[in-house]
Design a protein around this ligand. Structure first.
Ligand SMILES: Cc1ncc(COP(=O)(O)O)c(C=O)c1O
Length: 410
């Protein structure tokens, strides 16, 4: 038997002993949406956003990195609740705009921005987080051709890294951002060339669960921004401190202490002239999502029980362990049809793809599970549907549903 990750604290059994999501019976949701499907609970996202606002210093901008979950109804719900969207492509720009987010509140980071995407962003008035001197050159040329001053911030590749992060995106040779030492010259060039200077962006890593590591990285980022302001003789209008806030996916992981981060950040930015923002994806949405898939077959091989589902890694690649993890570990998983039943059998839950990589859970303890039961894979709200190879083997894409997003009455 192998351990599974902790089920987020927002889920409980409904009246029939089945999993409830946003107060609705998982079976009823699956009957309406069909399986496999991703279900996102806006109530959980609202709870997390409120906790984040309460923990962070007043006035700190909270931006949502839409790459984590760009489901259009979720973006439309989110647009009025965060201070900005971070986008990474022309496609995300279109989704952000369709969701109603004002262009002035959108920032565009990411290497390899194509000319047509730069042009669309500049024309719309989106802030570019420039990743290189070459990108700055291209942006300035497009701005000149369009007759607009491009809104430009510079993404810095800092000399420090975010310790303990699942994905390191700063420190040493990286394709992201401009090496710290070359930033002052680039900033001077941008301002002299007539760009609309919007500030600095420092994104050092992702999926960190150690609050102290984030506190240290934020302190270093603020100090770096101060040094750059001094070198330039001009204050950055906005310093985007990045994010990296992780969530507990696996056995032994503990929730990040955002209270400690907020308290330390309040001290770090006290007395600073600049405005600050953080940009988070998974911390805001990961725990709000559940991937529901139905058991199609139940079979034994060499005394090992396999539950074969109608889903798999083509929808939820991350749970199979093939998205950014070195060692495969089990995501939190449950039998949604028998959420309250005692765990009684060790089973390996696989998808319907003919590859041994397609494992949703490896030798986990579950209740006695029958064909037709619904399996819930938690932590599916971030890097799920949009981060999985949906076209692989020609299966249908998973349905997506956002629950609890009805507009509030004034
Ligand atoms: C520039 C940038 N911002 C934000 C994010 C979002 O990270 P997360 O979803 O882990 O918060 C990423 C992730 O790769 C990123 O590269």
């Amino acid at each position: 038997m192998k351990p599974k990750g902790p089920i987020p604290p927002y889920f409980e059994a409904g009246a029939a002993g089945r999993l409830a999501i946003g107060g609705q019976d998982a079976e009823a949701i699956a009957a309406e949406a069909d399986t496999p499907c991703f279900v996102y609970d806006a109530g959980i996202i609202a709870t997390r956003l409120a906790a984040l606002r309460a923990a962070m210093p007043a006035g700190l901008g909270i931006h949502y990195a839409i790459k984590a979950n760009p489901f259009p109804p979720l973006l439309a719900w989110m647009a009025g609740r965060v201070d900005g969207f971070d986008i990474a492509s022309g496609g995300e720009l279109r989704r952000a705009r369709a969701a109603g987010m004002a262009a002035a509140r959108i920032s565009f980071a990411g290497p390899g921005k194509r000319a047509r995407d730069l042009e669309a962003a500049i024309a719309a008035g989106v802030t570019l987080n420039l990743e290189s001197e070459g990108e700055a050159r291209r942006a300035l040329a497009i701005g000149e051709r369009l007759g607009v001053a491009p809104r430009c911030a510079v993404r810095i590749n800092p000399a420090f890294e975010l310790r303990g992060s699942g994905m390191r995106m700063g420190g040493g040779a990286k394709p992201f951002g401009v090496d710290e030492a070359r930033v002052p010259a680039l900033l001077r060039h941008l301002i002299a060339a007539g760009a609309d200077y919007r500030g600095l962006h420092i994104y050092a890593g992702s999926q960190a669960l150690d609050a102290q590591a984030i506190i240290d990285a934020q302190r270093q980022a603020v100090a770096l921004a101060r040094r750059l302001d001094e070198a330039l003789g001009a204050a950055a209008p906005l310093v985007n401190l990045g994010g990296g806030f992780g969530v507990p996916y696996f056995a032994g992981d503990a929730a990040l202490d955002i209270g400690a981060i907020g308290a330390a950040l309040a001290e770090t930015v006290a007395g600073e002239a600049a405005r600050f923002a953080i940009e988070l994806g998974r911390w805001i949405v990961a725990e709000a999502g559940v991937y529901l898939t139905r058991v199609v077959d139940r079979k034994l091989s060499h005394d090992r029980l396999f539950l074969v589902t109608d889903g798999g890694l083509h929808h939820q690649l991350a749970a199979s362990g093939n998205f950014g993890t070195v060692v495969r570990r089990n995501y939190p998983i449950a039998n949604a049809s028998r959420f309250e039943a005692p765990e009684a059998a060790v089973a390996t839950v696989v998808g319907c793809l003919c590859t041994p990589l397609d494992r949703l859970a490896d030798e986990v303890l579950l209740p006695e599970t029958a064909e037709g039961d619904l399996i819930a894979v938690f932590l599916a709200g971030a890097y799920g549907a949009s981060a999985s190879p949906a076209a692989f083997l020609g299966h249908e894409p998973a349905a997506e549903r956002l629950l609890g997003a009805a507009p509030e009455r004034p």
